[in-house]
Design a binder for this molecule. Sequence first.
Ligand code: FAD
Length: 474
Amino acid sequence: MFMKHPQPLAARPLTPEILDLLRKELGHEAVLTDPALLGEHGGDESGLCIPPQAVIKAHTTEQVAHLLRLANEHGFPVTPRGGGTGLAGGCVPVQGGVVLTLGEMNRILSIDESNMLAVVQPGVLNQDLKDAAKAVGLCYPPDPASLDTSTIGGNAATNAGGPACVKYGVTRQYVLGLTVVLPSGEIVRTGGRTRKNVVGYDLTQLMVGSEGTLGVITELTLRLIPHPAAVQAMAVVFPDLTVAMQAVTGLLLSGCTPSALEFLDSKCLHLVGDLLPFGDMGESAAMLLIETDGEEAQVQREMERISALCRKMGALHLLPAEDEGRREELWTVRRQVSVRIHDTWAVYVPEDVAVPIGRIAELVRELPELEQRYGVSIYAFGHSGDGNIHLNITATDRENMKPVGNCVEEVLKRVVAKQGTISGEHGIGFVKKVFLPWEIDKKSIEIQRGMKHLFDPNMVLNPGKLFLEGEEDS
Ligand SMILES: Cc1cc2nc3c(=O)[nH]c(=O)nc-3n(C[C@H](O)[C@H](O)[C@H](O)COP(=O)(O)OP(=O)(O)OC[C@H]3O[C@@H](n4cnc5c(N)ncnc54)[C@H](O)[C@@H]3O)c2cc1C
């Protein structure tokens, strides 16, 4: 549950006349106003929910373009929505108007094996693309934990990442070309089908991570890679997080390229320790979940090397997964952390900060002092290979919202002071925009606001996101 939301902005209502016009122009069946459906399309996983006045289910690029032209003529907001799994309120229609869902545009248009490319509509679920690529021996690596429910369009709009990033990078690295409907209703095609392209400004990469504020993505051309033949996983327990993080740096410096390098701090480990066969691991123990992939023999060699390095660097226990079933069990341990936190605490704020890899332990070491000062419990886990830490700040009841909020602010300040970022994955959306000026300097914000204005002078596309209103952040 998120607690610190900026105030929703003044709504820019759709008048009954505009609703009638939308029905006339886009078709009666396209414009949905059933209250239950509006409720379902008003929120995301941040906990913020503001029902729109209408939901429009997109089916074609031209229909999206038509809607945005009407939005410009009549001044109503349009908020794009994929799977609604966002954690920053990005798809929440904070100024009312229309929610444009892309979930029905969910066809994989082609998988081009010889060029290792996929062309997809934005509503394709991440897992569906992975499955289709795997069926022909290819792989689409980006793997947000929400892969069963989040869309490729939403993944591109938020530049989603996951455990595989440490080896394969984030969504951005796989987007070669886009069809985008600009806020004006004009359609542009950016990039293409080549792996290299330096012609002009890179509009493709500008759109990736722009959180639905600069354009609506209606088609994506994506890079695929050969599917790894083999994969192996291992859980490694260290006496404490400092030693575990030294091992992370040591592994990366030694030239190992794990395909996942996740960590659980001692608090998380206690929460899920019953799922592991180690018995008492000690108060301060921390765990790494390490995975390698590639050719069978190479994977075997790399795992042996990683095991030896971990032992040398102070590992207490090594638990290699002997088969696919065991490997899945190890990932269950990792996934159960979030589930158990959610089950245990009435209030939890999931922050997704990132710091330079060498500073993870330093940040985590400061958490007990913050727990004491604010009367909260903080769980740290996540993608140690990327320095991306999921910090869940928790409390027993809603009475404690204020100290939780104060603690979040202190954590974010410390992260920025450590040359980190307030969001490694989830984005700014609505709920984090008050913190944007903490990380980005005035001039950069001014340039970004200018870009938004250039693309969307009438502020019809996903208004109220990323930047504070007025001059508060400048
Ligand atoms: C359980 C859980 C686990 C998660 N794990 C991860 C993780 O490991 N890594 C990670 O990065 N994130 C994670 N997330 C966050 C979330 O899943 C990602 O941000 C995801 O990429 C959002 O995709 P979506 O389709 O749900 O988009 P939505 O939530 O619908 O929208 C997100 C943003 O994208 C915009 N948008 C959506 N579709 C389009 C489009 N076609 N064109 C333009 N803009 C669009 C929206 O306006 C909004 O700003 C997790 C969330 C949950 C609930």
